[in-house]
Write a protein that binds this ligand. Structure first.
Ligand code: ADP
Ligand code: MG
Length: 140
């Protein structure tokens, strides 16, 4: 499998509950390496730009409010098949559907406040990584 990079975000519901270490332990146990990381507090406008693909969906405004409600940790994960592997470790969007042992099964509070974001394809991973990081900030 190819070495890939993907964007991961630890969302406000998780930073609020002091879960960043427990969540990152799951990624590291799965063989993903954190090769860039920062803690930031997004504005609602910045969250809106990041989630622009969802702007026609009914939950868009709620999602942007939530993402700006507390700090997030944005990070780049690297590993073999990192995009798919990250999505597997995260679990399904709705924690009610997430497999046992996944981050969302263990930590998510609802379909909206679901603890983590992960890129869904190579093209979106490249765009999302560039949204937050310059090449100099990614150290593999
Ligand atoms: P994923 O994060 O699993 O890729 P989506 O890309 O479909 O899921 O949605 C982006 C984010 O929007 C979700 O992680 C969640 O925070 C929020 N979201 C998705 N569906 C809903 C919903 N039905 N109600 C509220 N928020 C939602
Ligand atoms: Mg998505």
């Amino acid at each position: 499998m190819a070495l890939e990079r993907t964007l991961s975000i630890i969302k406000p519901d998780a930073t609020r509950r002091n879960l960043t270490g427990k969540i990152n332990a799951k990624f590291e146990e799965a063989g993903l390496r954190i090769v860039a990381q920062k803690r930031i507090h997004l504005t609602k406008a910045q969250a809106g730009k990041f989630y622009e693909v969802h702007k026609e969906r009914p939950f868009y405004d709620e999602l942007c409010e939530f993402m700006a409600s507390a700090p997030v940790v944005v990070q780049v994960l690297e590993g073999d098949g990192a995009i798919t592997k990250n999505r597997e470790v995260m679990g399904a969007t709705n924690p009610a559907d997430a497999a046992a042992g996944t981050i969302r099964a263990e930590f998510a509070q609802s379909v909206g406040e679901n603890s983590v974001h992960g890129s869904d394809a190579p093209e979106t991973a490249a765009v999302e990584i560039a949204f937050f990081f310059s090449g100099l900030e990614i150290v593999g």
